[in-house]
Write a protein that binds this ligand. Structure first.
Ligand SMILES: *Cc1c(COP(=O)(O)O)cnc(C)c1O
Length: 378
């Protein structure tokens, strides 16, 4: 079994044991990370387990026990995009219908081990649905703050699963502020801050590596709000690299919606500090972020792997949504933003005809039927 990590404040280097759950650093109040893990070799994989827990050896819970609904180990489906062969990572095929289950399943198993029972989350939709799902499965009392204009199907999904859903009028930042105000009463299990969420999403890298025949592809393209998959892939592939299991890391591309692209703004300005943006509504509601959380980690992921951040327009998102559906992929508009970014990368030559490319399909269309109908004027 791998060593139990410590929490680390990446800004000050201070560490704390994970035996006591925390969501922020005691010294400066910012987010914490986990110290790097030791990674995997193929013989560490438990081939009898058909979920992300086949990599349990590298998932650093305090106790080596977990409950699973079978999240992860999603198919990697060969398909075509703009005449190129690409691989579709079917992460919308998880219990709550989005990739968030990859991170939330690990995060809530961790919190259960540290004896937390009442949790608080804020979400634009899918993370809340995921916390409601695993909260019910693992026996948590869950309170979830959502924007009042979050898709109705997602709010209903949370409520049916027994979560206490609190709709807040205003921006996504107002929702986060309302949740922060409650952090004295319940444990704040905000997925964007809790590093055990990333301990789960790093298994995306492990799966892609294993499903590519224990090789790495050339590029990974994913829609990005706060970087759960971008940072997760960077962590996972780095662990494999440091373990000597692989000898290079794929280029990581994070795709934002032009209307709400704070990470792209910082990237485009060449800066390491947040750039103020004027966020507008987007059909890609799952990536409608206005303020970056882990800017340093996202920039490191794209810079070190020679990937990029891209911002796509509403029109490009709708076109990509239509093309995905035409190929049989019924995903939500947020997911289509990633495909729109892939189109750009192909057109501008960043992705060449020989590149092996994985596109991460993050969320199911079944929860966004109304928005899809509107976007495609069906
Ligand atoms: C949350 C979400 C994203 C973006 O994930 P981040 O971790 O915020 O980058 C992408 N697609 C879907 C469907 C989501 O729910």
């Amino acid at each position: 079994m791998s060593t139990i990590p410590d929490y680390i404040n990446p800004r000050t280097g201070n560490t704390w044991p994970v035996s006591t759950p925390r969501w922020c650093a005691e010294d400066d109040g910012g987010y914490v990370n986990l110290i790097p893990g030791e990674g995997l070799v193929p013989s560490d994989i438990n081939q009898n387990v058909t979920s992300l827990w086949r990599y349990a050896k590298a998932i650093r819970l305090p106790k080596m026990a977990y409950s699973s609904m079978g999240e992860g180990w999603t198919p990697l489906v060969p398909s075509a995009w703009q005449g190129r062969e690409i691989l579709m990572k079917m992460d919308f095929l998880m219990p709550s219908g989005s990739y968030k289950d990859r991170g939330v399943a690990v995060m809530l198993n961790y919190l259960k081990q540290t004896c937390v029972t009442e949790i608080l989350e804020d979400s634009s939709g899918n993370a809340g649905s995921s916390v409601a799902t695993y909260g019910a499965f693992l026996g948590f009392d869950s309170q979830i703050f959502v924007p009042a204009n979050a898709p109705e199907a997602k709010q209903k999904q949370m409520a049916v699963l027994g979560a206490d859903v609190i709709a807040v009028a205003g921006t996504r930042d107002d929702v986060a502020a309302a949740a922060y105000a409650e952090t004295g009463t319940r444990f704040y299990a905000g997925h964007n801050l809790q590093p055990y969420f990333l301990e789960g999403t790093k298994t995306l890298a492990f799966e892609i590596w294993e499903q590519c025949g224990f090789e790495v592809p050339d590029a990974i393209v994913t829609p990005m709000g706060q970087g759960g998959n971008v940072i997760g892939c960077h962590i996972g592939f780095n662990e494999l690299l440091n373990a000597g299991t692989i000898d290079r890391i794929p280029r990581i591309y994070g795709i934002q919606a032009e209307n709400a692209a704070p990470y792209y703004a910082a990237w485009a300005s060449g800066s390491n500090v947040p750039v103020d943006i004027d966020a507008k509504p987007t059909i890609a509601d799952g990536i409608a972020s206005s303020k970056p959380v882990r800017l340093a980690e996202v920039l490191a992921a794209v810079r070190e792997t020679e990937g990029a951040l891209i911002a796509v327009s509403e029109e490009e998102i709708c076109d990509a949504l239509q093309s995905l559906a035409a190929g049989g992929f019924f995903v939500e508009p947020t997911t289509a933003a990633g495909a729109a970014g892939l189109s750009r990368l192909i057109v501008d030559g960043s992705i060449g005809s020989d590149d092996r490319v994985v596109l991460v399909l993050t969320g199911s269309g079944l929860k966004a039927v109304d928005n899809i109908v509107k976007a495609l004027r069906v």
